[in-house]
Design a protein around this ligand. Structure first.
Ligand code: HEM
Length: 329
């Protein structure tokens, strides 16, 4: 290698090193610029969960739905500025999301404390951690320093968010596309230990699995007693389509490993939950988590959340710090 090209390649490595250092999130990003940012969020979430315990599920789900589309950049929170340009929020998979008003309240409080400092993308990441902790799950350090994106497109959410009917190869490839492993898929599906689902997300499994629609047309991978319970809750004629069912019956506001015990017993609610048993690798993770105590799930879930929180983040001078999470500045 000539002197000049050696110099050029050294300069390039230095640039890349600086670039990637800048691109990294870090724990305590706001410790000087907004020292109370994290405690303000925790306080608001603790209060919200005391008043409405079922809000934990929707808030955790928001972070997943944000990160899978254009990365964790709060693109999910942007409102459409015209009906011809629907945003992620308007997409069918996001139709029943909740928690936006609470986010606006938290953001307004953070703006009063430290104007234009704390990103909406970081607020979503910190809220996700805080609801899990408030629901008796683990606490972990959340790397921060994300910035907010400018773009939000409904069709991208429809395309990129995994469907409740997804099979294991689709799930693995959708996770792989955003840099997450099969193990992350299993661990993060454990988010279904809290929250509710509408009947329409699983009634095909109960009544019309292969399109015949007769009384025996049920999903063979669904355990019989659980099937009967679900049928009693969700009628075949669709009149219960919007009725809510606890995803982890009996402990739907408690974050624990019971989701994996249920999935292992073929009592996962969605086809996507049941699908985790259809692959040797994901199946062995499910069994391992079902048979270990909560502490194993807690530690590994925290790691998977940090991995999800790294998806295509904007940092440094990219993006912006929105003043209002629902619109670009
Ligand atoms: C693996 C692919 C996934 C699929 C196909 C999926 C699908 C769904 C569906 C269909 C619902 C019910 C929505 C409704 O009826 O309103 C739901 C709820 C939920 N999901 Fe997932 N999900 C997946 C992964 C995740 C991940 C990674 C997390 C977070 C770590 C998560 C957290 C939740 C939570 C907390 C709820 C309850 C929301 C509520 O109570 O309103 N999900 N999911």
């Amino acid at each position: 290698m000539g002197r000049l090209s050696l110099f050029a390649s050294l300069a390039l490595s230095l640039l890349l090193a600086v670039g990637s250092a800048e691109a990294q999130l870090r724990v305590g990003f706001y410790s000087k610029s907004c020292p109370h940012a994290e405690s303000i969020i925790t306080e608001e979430i603790d209060r919200a969960i005391r008043v409405a315990p079922s809000i934990g599920g929707p808030l955790l789900r928001l972070f997943f739905h944000d990160c899978f589309v254009r990365g964790c950049d709060a693109s999910l929170l942007l409102n459409a500025t015209s009906s011809s340009n629907p945003t992620e929020k308007d997409a069918p998979p996001n139709q029943f999301l909740r928690g936006f008003a609470l986010i606006d309240r938290i953001k307004a409080r953070l703006e009063r404390a430290c104007p234009s400092t704390v990103s909406c993308a970081d607020i979503l990441a910190l809220i996700a951690r805080d609801v899990v902790h408030a629901d008796q799950g683990p606490f972990w350090q959340v790397p921060t320093g994300r910035r907010d994106g400018f773009v939000s497109i409904a069709s991208e959410a429809t395309q990129l968010l995994p469907a409740f009917s997804a099979n294991i190869s689709t799930l693995k490839s959708q996770f792989n596309d955003v840099g997450l492993s099969a193990k992350d898929l299993v661990l993060l599906s454990g988010g279904h230990t809290i929250g509710n689902a509408h009947c329409f997300t699983f009634t095909t499994r109960l009544y019309n699995f292969s399109g015949r629609g007769d009384n025996s047309d049920t999903d063979p991978s669904l355990e019989r007693n659980y099937l009967a319970k679900l049928r009693a809750k969700c009628a075949q004629d669709g009149s219960d389509a919007l009725k809510l069912v606890e995803m982890d019956p009996g402990s739907f506001t408690t974050f624990d490993n019971s989701y994996f015990k249920l999935v292992a017993k073929r009592r996962g609610l969605f086809q996507s939950d049941a699908a985790l048993l259809d692959d040797a690798d994901t199946r062995s993770h499910v069994i391992h988590l079902a048979e270990s105590d909560n502490s194993v799930f807690f530690k590994e879930f925290a790691g998977a959340m940090v991995n999800m929180g790294n998806i295509a983040v904007l940092t440094g001078s990219q993006g912006e710090i929105r003043k209002n999470c629902a619109r670009v500045n």
